[in-house]
Ligand binder design. Sequence first.
Ligand code: SAM
Ligand code: SF4
Length: 325
Amino acid sequence: MHLSDGFGRSFKYLRLSVTEACNFRCSYCLPDGYRKCAGPEPLNLDEIRRIATAFSELGIHKIRLTGGEPTIRRDFDAIATAIATLPLVKKLALTTNGYRLATRAQTWFDAGVRGLNVSLDSLDPARFQQITGHDRCNEILRGIDAAFETGFEQVKINAVYMKGINDHEVDAYLRLVQHQPLSVRFIELMETGDHAAFFRKHHISSESIADKLLQEGWTPKLKAADAGPANEYLHPDYQGSIGLIAPYAKDFCKSCNRLRFSSLGKLHLCLFGEFGVPMRALLQSDDQLEELKARLLVAVKGKASSHHLATGNSGQTSNLSAIGG
Ligand code: SAM
Ligand code: SF4
């Protein structure tokens, strides 16, 4: 029993959001900060363990914890341990804004986290503060060093590439990966319901970075079957790599191998889909496992062939903190 859709895509990779809350105020995501509304609490540890168990028994072998900021949860270490110790989960990864990385890298490694994506949208502390509302750029860079010292082999930096904000920093990121096995991935700004004007002002294609890399002797890396959405580039003089994530590129969705599950218990078949499929009622007892798996198998069959971002339709997604980017 494996998760597959009607377009020949099969799914081995889940992004699991464990909270919508975040302590940062990134201008493209939560510019006014997270505000808690009345409503259900995020999934508890048992619910998270059950959904991860069901997915792993359906062939998902890589799970990435995301949010909001997943590491603001007090029980984050217990969540990581619960998932990492499931027998069928081969890799547990984390996407974080990195605010606790300098002090928690070892704890997370011990809990079983093996892949780290750290968001860092500028290498200039003042600009970083403008984007996120926090003067923590250097602290996050120290956190990345701490992660390597701890034993993390795979650390990636996510930088949302924005016209007029950080599009002149590409060379600085290239210098960063020269002597460290870091992968920097430039993500094109995506349009979400809350930020149409910001998107129009700051969206820029990453093609100019691709052209620059090719001119400077970088070569595209062949993609592994279970690779993420980035097109990676390598250079013999650089220890690290550069990745470009271009969701507006033609055929981006064809190789989609990801599913998303929200912190409120909904399955999201696409970051930019309409409504999530509610599953929380099936997360209340271990006895519901088989029913949950059957429901997931059916729901995934309904995944659409592609998002509709190119026609300005960003679905119901108001910002990415809700489902985790
Ligand atoms: N708080 C964590 C973080 O920032 O890494 C995890 C959640 S965040 C929603 C996941 C990723 O989505 C981050 O790398 C963030 O930069 C990216 N992201 C958020 N909104 C975006 C947008 N509108 N366009 C492109 N990337 C976005
Ligand atoms: Fe928080 Fe991540 Fe959104 Fe920034 S991108 S506001 S760190 S959830």
